[in-house]
Ligand binder design. Structure first.
Ligand code: NAD
Length: 355
């Protein structure tokens, strides 16, 4: 069983799907690793480090796809809408593809991937269960993002975060509000607290109150109306709210890529409205490529070890982890959640057989 690691091709992407330290764990399970030359360089993992752990370095991207039974990427075609299409002709029937595929993005793209006959697994659909925790790359990236979001806000804020008592007077601490105290939000609270800010947070889930408080945040109730939004983010910060904020305030909108949680947000841009800086940058995890890659590689390795036993791919379709993440197989989009989302008719049972 050979796992191939192509260099990420999305513009500005600096992460890599596997880092050298995970290779021995894969080797022990009968998995050989081939890496496209330079794949880990931007994340801080040069080729010789992979080679030292037993990986084969291949200069040509197409050779990596040719050699590999399983391709692992961070942004596969689907989530890589800029350059990902170039990989489609390199995929082949029965080959396995694992990575972020944006399964609820564009149906046409998912169908293109399906048409190659590749057995693809969408890491976004990893169930958030205890069993799958070690494979939950979305949570790993959320952690990195929550941290980075606060640092970005700190850079753009015309104030400092901590309270300071100096000979030039006392500086009051910055006040930070985190809306949504999930993985990214909790890490944002922790990071803002470490920088010395006074932090409040809000979440729809009552259970998050305790988590917020355990990180030293104050839990607040906000009259925000929650709407059921499938793949478009709900508006939580309206234009009026922004207009009422103090000039110089900063909003970091982590949902910018899917429409944004602030009405003013422009995806990929930083804008100023009513004196408030609204940051709509996405793919923040790529700005911390070393640890983002390390965490992603651990998640992917756990997933690989879950499905490869004694050097052989063993796909148990009864298994919740396999069933949830399996996106395409045998030329079809077979994921039930995706078929329902795009109103595709249900598949007949025979087509779901494993290879
Ligand atoms: P998560 O599912 O762990 O947390 C989301 C939290 O938001 C949950 O606790 C949920 O209860 C809460 N929530 C949902 N609707 C709400 C509402 N109307 N009001 C208040 N709280 C609400 O997700 P996460 O991994 O922490 O990601 C959080 C956000 O960051 C998502 O929008 C995700 O897409 C985005 N994200 C962005 C990047 C990036 O690069 N910009 C990277 C990772 C995650």
């Amino acid at each position: 069983m050979i796992v191939g690691v192509p260099r990420e091709s999305y513009p500005g992407e600096r992460r890599v799907a596997l880092v050298p330290t995970v290779i021995p764990h894969l080797t022990k399970a009968g998995i050989e690793v081939v890496v496209e030359a330079g794949a880990g360089v931007e994340a801080g993992f040069p080729d010789p480090e992979y080679a030292a752990k037993g990986a084969r370095i291949l200069a040509d991207r197409a050779d990596v796809f040719r050699a590999a039974d399983i391709i692992v990427q961070v942004l596969c075609y689907g989530s890589n809408d800029q350059t990902g299409k170039a990989d489609v002709p390199l995929l082949r029937r029965g080959q396995v593809l694992i990575g972020f595929l944006r399964p609820l993005g564009a149906l046409e793209t998912i169908r293109e991937i399906a048409a190659t006959g590749v057995t693809s697994f969408s890491i976004e659909f990893m169930p958030r269960t205890t069993r799958a925790q070690s494979m939950d790359a979305l949570s790993s990236m959320g952690t990195i993002c929550g941290y980075k979001a606060v640092l970005i806000a700190a850079v753009d804020l015309p104030k400092i975060f901590p309270m300071l008592t100096t000979a030039a007077g006392t500086i009051t601490p910055a006040r930070v509000l985190v809306i949504g105290a999930g993985v990214a939000g909790l890490q944002a609270i922790a990071t803002a607290r470490r920088l010395g800010a006074v932090v409040s947070a809000y979440d729809l889930r009552p259970a998050s109150k305790e988590q917020v408080q355990s990180l030293g945040g104050r839990f607040v109730e906000l009259p925000i109306e929650a709407k059921d939004a499938q793949d478009k983010s709900p508006v939580l910060v309206t234009r009026e709210m922004v207009a009422n904020m103090a000039p110089g305030s900063v909003i970091v909108d982590l949902a910018a890529e899917r429409g944004g949680n602030c009405e003013f947000t422009k995806a990929g841009q930083t804008i100023v409205e009513h004196g408030v800086t609204i940051i709509g940058l996405f793919n923040l995890a790529t700005a911390v490529p070393y640890h983002a890659s390390q965490m992603y590689a651990k998640n992917i390795t756990a997933f690989l070890l879950h499905m490869v036993k004694e050097g052989k791919l063993q796909l148990n379709l009864e298994d919740e982890i396999i069933q949830s993440t399996l996106l395409t197989q045998g030329g079809e989009v077979i994921n039930g959640r995706v078929r329902e989302f795009f109103s595709l008719p249900p598949l007949v049972a025979e087509q779901k057989e494993t290879k």
